[in-house]
Write a protein that binds this ligand. Structure first.
Ligand code: HEC
Length: 124
């Protein structure tokens, strides 16, 4: 009995560990709904207050032509992938001091869902 319980406890510790290390898998359908919170400033295909987003996953930061980025983001040297986008959406100013996006998403699951949605918006 004790052995079984100890075994189960060990198993649950192993199962819980990756949840802290890796971001949760994203749900693009939920991400599409959450994207409405970005649409005050962004759209997929047109520059607005923020740059257009289509193709953003895999793109170098600050490289949409005809959009006036902050010099901080242009000089960041970042490429947008799941990790950099997660950090950007948590706190843009912490990732790129001097950048001009003042908006963040507190919940890791919401960020993962948004990133999964954006990853599906391939360049036309
Ligand atoms: C209040 C306006 C505002 C909102 C809301 C907003 N952003 Fe932004 N975003 C900006 C601005 C402004 C920039 C340009 C930052 C710079 O040049 O420093 C930007 C830049 C970005 C970039 C960098 C793109 C590139 O081409 O390098 C990404 C990615 C991004 N935003 C994602 C999002 C997502 C996802 C959301 C919704 C969860 C969101 N933003 C909500 C204003 C906003």
């Amino acid at each position: 009995m004790t052995i079984t319980r100890r075994f189960l406890l060990t198993l649950s510790v192993i199962a819980a560990a990756p949840a802290f290390a890796a971001p949760p898998p994203g749900d693009p359908v939920r991400g599409q709904r959450l994207y409405q919170s970005c649409m005050g400033c962004h759209s997929l295909d047109e520059n607005d207050v923020g740059p257009m987003h289509r193709g953003v996953v895999g793109r170098k930061a600050g490289t949409v032509s005809d959009y006036a980025y902050s010099s901080a983001l242009k000089a960041s040297g970042l490429t947008w992938d799941a990790t950099t986008l997660d950090r950007w959406l948590s706190n843009p100013q912490a990732l790129v001091p001097g950048s001009k996006m003042y908006f963040s998403i507190a919940q890791p699951q919401d960020r993962a869902d948004l990133i999964a949605y954006l990853a599906g918006q391939k360049p036309k």
